[in-house]
Design a protein around this ligand. Structure first.
Ligand SMILES: Cc1cc2nc3c(=O)[nH]c(=O)nc-3n(C[C@H](O)[C@H](O)[C@H](O)COP(=O)(O)OP(=O)(O)OC[C@H]3O[C@@H](n4cnc5c(N)ncnc54)[C@H](O)[C@@H]3O)c2cc1C
Length: 371
């Protein structure tokens, strides 16, 4: 049996590796156990890193120079109706998941994190985790094992609540084409949303999100005729990859010596494209809680981190379900690009929420017709 490590992290996605790097920098011994074969893990993702995610990765020493494509802001489309705004301050980054993973693994190794690939965790034990062959002893177990976390279930942290809303899913594909915009484009269609993210000088990713039953990429893309036409003759660079159901409710995020981070700690929806940013903020809070010897403080910290994303995600999901209101909201944002930009800054945590200003908020609501 290997010697007992301070922290065993289950899952080498962005949440797990960021936690591992942060914990190692705080002086803990850390091993990451990942069931997949190797570092270049791919995933169904829109691949837009919000500016605060980029800043957090830089704080951890993850090298992103010359990688990906700078993202200046967000542009909404609903048919011919459009509204755009720039991120105030630093830009975001469109980055293939495989590239992000390699950069995180590189940094983790540099700071002395041990990563074991092809190592599936099969259960929780009093002294660590169970593997297919044997056990791995650790003082603390971090469940960073994604949307359908088993650590969450084994620790009794899954919620038994069932939502009455239809299930939501996502699927993504890449195309070999030079980006036609410096923004992430969000297209609202009749029954789904399309996200177009530049991820390199000659590649864009398209992620589609929808409610209801499982569906296929091509069928969903047909709901966006202009986008479909633009991409019709463009070669694909990846096979489709899907994920869902997206909503995962939790009963808690920490119990005893087990803590959850990233999608494992609960997930609402990908509609605001900030899952990685949230995971990185959570991992920073978890490291602080563990380093102070008070893991129980993590729950309150995570609630604070999640408050704003929860409001934003519920708001955009609500608009998605009400097309007439959504169109009025997009028209209002188009008429108020400064307010739209401040909202993006609040979303990316570079602008305090109070800077939206009561007057601006009222003006925007009046344009939408709800004030
Ligand atoms: C369609 C779609 C679009 C999205 N777009 C964006 C976007 O544009 N921007 C953004 O920031 N976020 C986006 N997200 C969200 C983002 O992808 C997630 O929030 C992010 O991947 C969470 O990272 P994670 O490390 O928690 O989980 P994951 O990346 O899922 O990593 C979990 C890891 O755990 C491993 N694992 C699981 N079980 C075990 C086990 N038993 N033993 C060992 N290893 C195990 C898995 O193999 C995996 O590598 C999107 C999500 C979807 C579905």
């Amino acid at each position: 049996m290997p010697p007992k490590t301070d922290l065993v992290v289950v899952g080498a996605g962005p949440a797990g590796l960021a936690t591992a790097i942060g914990a190692r920098l705080a002086g803990m011994s850390v091993t990451v156990l990942e069931r997949s074969l190797g570092p270049a893990l791919d995933k169904a993702c829109g691949e837009g890193l919000m500016p605060d995610a980029v800043a957090r990765l830089r704080d951890l020493g993850v090298s992103l120079s010359d990688r990906g494509q700078a993202l200046c802001g967000i542009r909404y489309w609903d048919g011919a109706l459009t509204a755009a705004a720039a991120f105030p301050g630093l830009p975001g980054l469109g980055l293939r998941r495989t590239v992000l993973q390699s950069a995180l693994v590189e940094r983790a190794r540099e700071v002395g994190v041990e990563i074991r690939w092809s190592t599936a965790v099969t259960g929780l034990r009093d002294d660590g985790v169970a593997l297919e062959h044997g056990t791995f002893p650790a003082s603390i177990v971090v469940g960073a094992d994604g949307l359908h976390s088993r650590i969450r279930t084994w620790a009794g942290l899954s919620s038994s609540k069932r939502s009455r809303l239809p299930l939501r899913f996502g699927v993504r594909r890449h195309y070999a084409v030079a980006p036609w915009s410096e923004d992430v484009e969000v297209h609202f269609g009749p029954s789904s949303e399309a996200y177009v993210t530049p991820v390199g000088p000659a590649e864009v990713g398209v992620a589609l999100l929808w409610s209801g039953r499982k569906a296929r990429f091509d069928g969903l893309l047909a709901g966006f005729p202009a986008l479909e036409e633009r991409l019709a003759a463009v070669p694909r660079t990846t096979r489709d990859r899907g994920a869902g159901p997206l909503l995962q409710e939790v009963a808690g995020v920490q119990r005893g010596r087990v803590a959850l981070v990233g999608d494992a700690a609960g997930y609402l929806d990908a509609i605001t494209g900030e899952g990685i940013a949230v995971a990185l903020h959570q991992s920073a809070a978890l490291v602080v809680a563990l380093a102070s010897g008070r893991p129980e403080t993590y729950t309150a910290a995570l609630r604070r981190i999640g408050r704003l994303p929860l409001v934003m995600t519920r708001l955009v999901l609500g608009l998605d379900r009400r097309p007439a209101l959504r169109r009025r909201a997009i028209a209002a944002l188009a008429a108020e690009p400064g307010v739209f930009s401040r909202l993006l800054g609040i979303h990316a945590r570079s602008v305090p929420a109070r800077q939206l200003g009561a007057l601006s908020a009222l003006r925007l609501l009046a344009r939408v017709g709800v004030a």
